[in-house]
Design a protein around this ligand. Structure first.
Ligand SMILES: Cc1cc2nc3c(=O)[nH]c(=O)nc-3n(C[C@H](O)[C@H](O)[C@H](O)COP(=O)(O)O)c2cc1C
Length: 147
């Protein structure tokens, strides 16, 4: 590869490109349509693309959030969440549930994805695959700052 084809950047200084290469390079990513509820029973549903399976045995799934969002605080409280696979047919509904709304708004009412049949409402029947995760291990990462 000729040297002119190499693009190097320090994330802290910006990439200088039209689109952020980090998102583009680590792709495609599965979309985890994360449903959760807080200790008072408020239900939440939101898409997270920084999601993946990290271990086969024991099966471990996880996702990351760019800030302390409702999904994160709910899972900290309830120690459980569901991951629903958002298939292409559901892309519009999935996008709609990423809206910034008040904590007590149930995003299952936005875009109208189906809710869990048992009324447990932590799953959602909309995805073709649904994984229920118990327990939580959360970690807050801090970037290396330039002095
Ligand atoms: C396709 C898609 C993927 C997303 N992936 C992420 C992600 O990986 N991390 C993140 O912090 N936000 C992501 N978002 C934005 C969140 O869904 C959005 O901030 C949402 O309001 C968070 O909801 P909550 O506060 O109920 O958890 C994504 C949005 C869309 C539409």
């Amino acid at each position: 590869m000729a040297e002119k084809d190499i693009h190097y950047y320090e994330p802290a200084n910006g990439h200088g490109l039209k689109h952020d290469p980090f998102n583009a390079i680590v792709a495609p990513r599965p979309i985890g349509w994360i449903s959760s509820r807080d200790a008072r029973g408020n239900i939440n549903l939101a898409p997270y693309s920084f999601f993946n399976a990290f271990c086969y045995k024991p099966p471990i799934v996880g996702f990351s959030s760019t800030s302390w969002k409702d999904s994160v605080s709910n899972i900290q409280e309830a120690k459980e969440f569901c991951w629903n696979l958002a298939i292409m047919d559901l892309a519009k509904q999935m996008n709609a549930t990423s809206a910034h709304v008040a904590h007590d708004v149930n995003e299952f009412t936005i875009g109208n994805p189906e809710q869990d049949r048992q009324g447990a409402a932590r799953g959602g029947e909309s995805g073709v695959v649904r994984m229920q995760a118990f327990g939580d291990r959360s970690a807050q990462a801090r970037g290396r700052r330039k002095s």
